[in-house]
Design a protein around this ligand. Sequence first.
Ligand SMILES: [Zn+2]
Length: 374
Amino acid sequence: MPKPRVQVRPRRRPALHFLPLGGCGEIGMNLGLYGYEGSWVAVDCGMMIRQDLPNSPLQVPNLDTLTTLGIVPQALIITHGHEDHIGAAAWLWPKWGCPIHATPLAAGLLRAKFSERGLKPDAIRVIEPGEAIECEPFALRFLPVTHSIPESCALLLSAGEYRVLHTGDWKLDPEPLIGPPIAPATFRALAPVDLVVGDSTNAPMPGHSRSEGEVAEALERTIARCEGRVVVSCFASNLARVLAIGRAAQRCGRRVSLMGRSMERMVAVARGLGYLDDFPPLVPSDDLGYLPPEEVLVIATGSQGEPRAALQRLSRGRHRSLELGTGDSVIFSAKAIPGNELLIERLKAGLKPLGVDILDEFNHPELHASGHPA
Ligand SMILES: [Zn+2]
């Protein structure tokens, strides 16, 4: 006689929701929410600058969907301190008023942004990479990853029986200059996870992204060959690069000056946290005129052709402290973000008549490395 069949019905578990409101299918404005049993947490709150529009407006994610669905996140979790991950917080967070959890550098940058907009920084809570927080019904572990800014973290988000790995931005770099390389064992030990929400910038590119260590060597070799003044432009948030440029300048007998508000803010916050202890002392830009050209190195914002940035003013001969001319060099230690190509071309067209040597991603690809994995 056949045994009666026992039907085991899978227990229905409540759904885990992922709601991306920015950063998917676009570069910038990262904001994703996770929901479980009516509770939500937001991950990152970034902005985007539309260089292609007049006056380069700052864009933030649209929160209409949250209003329609009545969603208010109970915490904002920050993976790292890049503008496309924190730059919208001072605009959007006041609608939520929830605690913000960030690693020390990202927290320091957020505090500076909040104070610029007259917001109190009380909600900003510091968490060290490697630590975990409970945010019922969610648990979140901050897993250190390598990226172009220190203290970047992936998140292991657990809710009910679900485990999600939200990678944030990352790359594999054996020599990241600041902070340790990724620990593979930490990530192997996470398996199994239900879902990976991952960084896709450069994902279709073959090969490996260059190491920051290699870029540092190339920068020093290149700067050593320059004869006049040197201006290196990179993203202020690429702290490893800023450090590499400062060290290279010192080894080549050059004094360092910073140009650009975001560059000054980044270096000040990073120094306060002890990240730039071996960064050379800075020369105020107003004193550059007293130095012989071969002793001058400027780290400037504006590699993307931003109309109001320091490099743009230099290209137009409108900087009050420095005038570039024949024999000087401008190094673009950054790649064009898609959409900025035209502005960068215009910037270079402004620099050429001054007689400066232009070194960029096309004639010197070794002077930049992506912060994302090919
Ligand atoms: Zn990033």
